[in-house]
Write a protein that binds this ligand. Structure first.
Ligand code: ZN
Length: 166
């Protein structure tokens, strides 16, 4: 597959880019799946491990929504590990599906049936949501079986990461 982007031209092909990137990251190309909350800065707290980390962000840092991106990236560049990070005081620990269903139905009453089926992936328990998302990634038939998946809860107040084990 040829690369059309001028920025990637030096690598020649997607395979070439992938091989170069893997070599540069010493096989440790990792992705965090984390919340789009600007208080969560994975570079700051993972940089100390010497890891090259990129990010897939969405509201809550939910794996089911990140899966499409991870599948694409894995096919192009390869993913060595995924680190799921949810955080304290997350908007999704405050928002409830019922509230959003009601609010959206007021805005778009003609879409009530569709809205009732929407799941906004509310978070009732931070550790449980990290475990649920680690399982989604580990069990996905579209990602490699040997994919390493780690999970943490990031405490906004203390800046500490709490390891979450399944
Ligand atoms: Zn959040």
């Amino acid at each position: 597959m040829l690369v059309n982007s001028p920025a990637l031209a030096d690598f020649g092909t997607i395979e070439g880019l992938s091989a170069t990137w893997r070599k540069r990251s010493h096989g440790r190309l990792s992705y965090t799946v984390t919340c789009c909350d600007p208080r969560v800065l994975p570079d700051q707290f993972l940089g100390g491990f010497g890891m090259k980390v990129s990010e897939v962000r969405n509201a809550g840092g939910r794996a089911s929504e990140a899966l499409r991106s991870l599948i694409c990236v894995d096919h192009v560049l390869g993913v060595g590990a995924v680190i799921v990070i949810h955080h304290t005081d997350c908007g999704l620990t405050h928002l409830r599906n019922d509230f959003l269903h009601s609010s959206l139905t007021q805005k778009a009453p003609d879409n009530a049936a569709e809205i009732a089926k929407m799941d906004f992936l509310e978070i009732l328990d931070l550790k449980a949501s990290v475990i649920e998302d680690m399982k989604i990634l580990k069990d996905s038939p579209y990602l490699r079986k040997d994919l390493k998946v780690y999970g943490y809860v990031y405490d906004i107040k203390t800046g500490k990461l709490q390891d979450v084990q399944e």
